[in-house]
Every structure is written in C-alpha cells, then in structure tokens.
Ligand binder design. Structure first.
Ligand code: ISL
Length: 554
C-alpha cells in the first residue's frame, strides 16, 4: 500500500491543553478557544510543534468534556466551529499540529443516540449501548462490575427492569462497539476531524472499548470489579485495526491511546507497527509507581529506583519494536513538583526530572504549566474541589473505616483538580487567567510561580524546557538511538545512554539533596556537555544537578 503516513510524531514535542483552565479570553471564568489562539505565540516560542487538546466538543460537562453530547459540535462557552477552524489554521500557520481527544468508549447521557435509545424500546440506537435486564425482576444490576470512579457500573433506566453500563459516571454510558453501526459512526467522527485539519487523536481509555460479552459477575475486588471483562477485551485489536485500515491509514496522522493498566505485553501489542493499530500509548506504570495496584488513593512514598525500573521496563520492552510516549503529568495526575523526587523549593529538582524523562526513546509530552513548574493546589476543603471523580470516590471511601480519618487529606493530595487549576500567566488577582473569578480556585503560589515570572528569568524552568525541546530536534540520536539505563540500582541518580552509529547521548540527573559523585568512565566533568542546569561542573554533582553529554563518533 502507498503509505502516506510520514510518522512525523517521532519528531514531535506535544503540549497538552486542558481548555477550561488554559486561558479565558472572554472573561467568563472559563478558558476558551480564543484564549488558545492568543497563547499560540507563547507556545511557538517555547518550541513545541504539536498540541493535544482535551475535549472542546459540546457536552454537559459532568466530566469536564469527557462526556460528549455532540462529536461534531463545540461546547458554546468554549466558542464556535468558526473559532475552532481559525484555531487550527493559526496552529498550522505556526507549524504546530493538532491532535484532538477522541472519547469513544462512552458518550454523554445527553447524546442524541442515548436519548433516542431511552425514548423508544425499538429504536436502532438502543443497540448503540449496553442495555441489559437486571437481576431479581430488574431491581438489581445485571452483574457486580464496578467502574473507574468507585461506583457500580450499571444504572437503572427509570423504574424499568433494564440497566445500562457505564464504566465512568452514570452520565457516561458505554458505547457498544460490537455493533458495526457504532464503529461506522466513530469512523465518521474521525474523518470529520481529519478533514477539518486535525492531525491525529489522543484516544481516551481506548483499551476499554471491547467487553467480554458474558456479562457475568466477577470476584469482588477493592476497585474495578469486572476489569478482566472490560480491560483489553477480546475484540480490542480487531476494532483498532479496523479504524486504522478504514480511516487512519488514509491520513498523515498520529494516534496515542490512553491504555489503563497496560502491561509491557499489552503495550507492544497495541503499538507494534506491523499490527496497524495505534502509534503509541500512554503507559502509566511509572506514574503509578507511588501507589499500590495502580490505585492512586493507596499511595506510598516515592522511590526513585522503583520509578526508574518501571520506565526502564517500558523502554526495554518496546526497544526496536514500537514507539513510546513520554510524560510525567496530565490533567488526571497531580503535578510532578513535589511528587517524583522533586521539591517545591528547589527548581533544579524539576530540571533534573525534566532532563531525565525528555530524552528517553519516544515522543515527549508537556502538560500546561508543567514548563514553568506549576504546583499542586494544596486544597483545604471539599468546597474547593470540582472533579466528579473526587466527589464519587469521596462518597464511597469516606465510609470505609480505615480511610475515615485520613481520607480527606489523601483526596486533597491526589485529586485530579490539582492539575486543573487555571494556568498562572502572571501574578495578578486571578493569575492572569481571567479578569473574573475562575471556575476553580486559583493556585495560591501565583506570586512565585507564573509564566511571566519564568519568562523574565533566563534561569527558569521554562527556559530549560526550551533548551530541552531544541536539543530534541537537533540530535537524531534522541529519535533513533538505542537506550540503556546506567546504574539502575543507584537511589540518587537517573542516568541513561542513547546511542546510534554517529552519536552517543548520556543523561545524568541527580535527585539528591547533597553533592554526590557518579562514577561513570566515559564522562569528564566539563567537556561535551550540551545542556545542564549549572554552569560550573565538578567531579561531584551538585544537589539536583543534571548534565546532558553528547559524544560524536568519528
Ligand atoms: O484519573 C484516573 C484516576 O484518577 C484514571 O483512572 C482515569 O479515570 C483514567 O485514566 C481514564 O481517564 C480518561 O477517561 C476518563 C476521564 O475522566 C479522564 O479525564 C480521561 O483522561 C473518562 O472519559
């Protein structure tokens, strides 16, 4: 087949925008599309060349847009389709590509398909969803499955004997991908956006789209009962391949799938180019290294060696076979400052972490505000929290005796809202995000941590990210070099080599609060350093010093 796909994603640096918190151009307290347009020059200057835009589609916003009521319409407070076209145009003019968020495991309960399905028992839309008879004359759900926000995965339809499946909130009914008509509809959505100019998709919870069809109860688990039936279901690969063949292969686009709880085996099966499914996935094994069982509420102390081992596993298992995504933050994760061995009082720790993840093999992603070190929100009351997940989990876990006392604090620490406070553009009253009070409270650190402050200081994290991005484009070895972790058991350093026929790149990042030596034969402290957060280098690394060495082979 004549392949029109250029795999441009291998040269991409992607910046994620969570629109409701990015920039409010019309001063209604909510970010918007015009706000994105206004900040494109800032992003161009940062150096990124691709944007992943979290959902802007029409939606009742029960889950901040991850509950879509019209895949081809824009949520009016964010703007119009005309604004959207202008935004795509302005991005492309600046050499920035756009990947849209494809939320196709579920729709909103206000989507016309679901409304039609409920209205009429004979409607063809009924089979777009999983609607099943309940047990005990319909009074009990069809099985004991639980969803991602802690609740049971079924909602009764009025006082009928039927229930529908929802793996997220009850306002997000799961689509039935077994139905070929559903797959055609989703292909139509993909085509619509690609024809409009989108360059690809971040595919929300994509490894949930196929479910085992027995719908039997499973052994109850502390979380996600039934997961063996709905994670990596039997027809997952077939459905993805179908999307690829019928749509994705026909455009020079890219896909990154969000894959929950992906093992290395699942990871490679989704991104092996020979299988023609996805280009890469988000694998959360490293971000989950500070919790038990992949459940963030069961959190534990961060350990650099655990974090490294998990990233190493991702890298090694895909080496030479498939592409990686590289990330430390997104809109569902709390901020990395103060999380992955970094501290709020030493910006060098964020620089050290940034260099550590940025030059691994794969496409780096930066989440809005990460580039200048936005911090967690430090919530103090439930009134400050807006996320439906936090509410639903709070309602359940606050009743469990072992959680009772500590649970609120855990919730404040790990709530997804930590990443969703407005981007701090300056130190004005609402952090330069808006002139009116935003939809969620402004981060209290606005006076110390904001984009303006970072732009005024050549030593800021932002300029360091700028340098990282530039290096990523400059050296081919970052794209195609082999990967080798160095001294993986060392608890103070994150170090690795990338090597191809002509170059070798070595990254050594200290995560130590004291000066330490890192014995490694090939380096001489002051030569071949292409990037560092310190100007002078001695044998010992200063606290949180990072050095990137580049050796040319003759
Ligand atoms: O955020 C999580 C845990 O706190 C994850 O379990 C998250 O729910 C999961 O990664 C799926 O996330 C995606 O789909 C959700 C949406 O709420 C998230 O924002 C989105 O990234 C449902 O569409």
């Amino acid at each position: 087949m004549n392949n029109i796909r250029t795999n441009w994603y291998k040269k991409a640096v992607v910046y994620q925008i969570y629109p409701r918190s990015f920039y409010d151009a019309n001063n209604d307290g909510l970010g918007d599309i015009q706000g994105i347009i206004e900040k494109l020059d800032y992003l161009k200057e940062l150096g990124i060349n691709c944007i992943w835009l979290s959902p802007i589609y029409d939606s009742p916003q029960k889950d901040n847009g991850y509950d879509i009521s019209d895949y081809e319409g824009i949520y009016p407070p964010f703007g119009t389709m005309e604004d959207c076209k202008k935004m795509i145009d302005e991005m492309h003019k600046r050499g920035i590509r756009l990947i849209m968020d494809l939320v196709a495991n579920h729709t909103s309960d206000q989507h016309k398909w679901f409304l039609e399905a409920l209205k009429d028992k004979n409607s063809p839309y009924r089979d777009y969803y999983y609607i099943r008879k309940g047990k005990r004359n319909g009074k009990k759900p069809p099985n004991n499955w639980k969803g991602f926000f802690g609740e049971r995965a079924w909602e009764r339809i009025g006082d009928t004997d039927e229930w529908y499946l929802h793996l997220f909130t009850k306002e997000q009914p799961d689509l039935n991908w077994e139905n070929p008509k559903v797959r055609e509809e989703i292909k139509g959505v993909l085509k619509f956006w690609l024809d409009l100019g989108a360059d690809g998709f971040r595919c929300d919870v994509i490894n949930l789209i196929s479910k085992k069809q027995d719908f039997r109860s499973r052994i109850p688990l502390p979380a996600l009962t039934g997961m063996d039936a709905y994670i990596n279901g039997p027809r997952l690969h077939e459905f993805l391949h179908e999307l690829y063949v019928d749509v994705l292969s026909k455009y020079d686009c890219m896909t990154v799938g969000e894959a929950v709880m992906a093992t290395p085996k699942v990871n490679i099966s989704l991104v092996d180019p020979k299988r023609e499914e996805l280009d890469m996935i988000f694998n959360f094994s490293h971000t989950d290294s500070d919790n038990f069982f992949g459940v963030k509420y069961f959190y534990r102390k961060f350990k650099l060696t655990r974090f490294k081992r998990r990233l190493n596993k991702q890298q090694v298992s895909l080496a030479g076979k498939g592409w990686n995504s590289l990330f430390i933050e997104n809109h569902d994760q709390r901020r990395s400052v103060g999380r992955f061995g970094t501290t709020e009082d030493d910006i060098n720790s964020s620089k050290s972490l940034a260099a550590a993840y940025f030059f691994l093999q794969g496409t780096p992603f930066i989440y809005q505000g990460q580039e200048f070190g936005m911090r967690n929100a430090h919530f103090e009351s439930m009134d400050e929290i807006k996320d439906v997940e936090s509410f639903n989990v709070n309602a359940i876990l606050s009743k469990v005796p072992v959680f009772k006392k500590r649970f609120k604090q855990i919730l404040f620490d790990v709530s997804r809202d930590n990443a969703r406070t407005p981007v701090l553009w300056d130190d004005s009253v609402y952090g330069g995000f808006s002139k009116v009070e935003p939809w969620i409270r402004v981060n209290k650190s606005k006076n110390e941590v904001n984009a303006k402050h970072a732009l005024d200081d050549k030593d800021s994290l932002l300029y360091f990210y700028k340098d990282l991005i530039k290096l990523k484009y400059d050296y081919k070895v970052i794209e195609d070099g082999t990967f080798k972790m160095i001294k993986i058991a060392n608890p103070h350093f994150f170090a690795y080599e990338r090597e191809n026929d002509s170059e070798k790149l070595v990254v050594i990042s200290s995560f130590s609060k004291t000066c330490r030596r890192f014995k490694y034969s090939e380096i001489i402290p002051n030569s071949n350093i292409v990037l560092s957060n310190f100007k002078e280098h001695e044998k010992a690394f200063k606290p949180f010093e990072t050095r990137v060495y580049l050796f040319k082979k003759s």
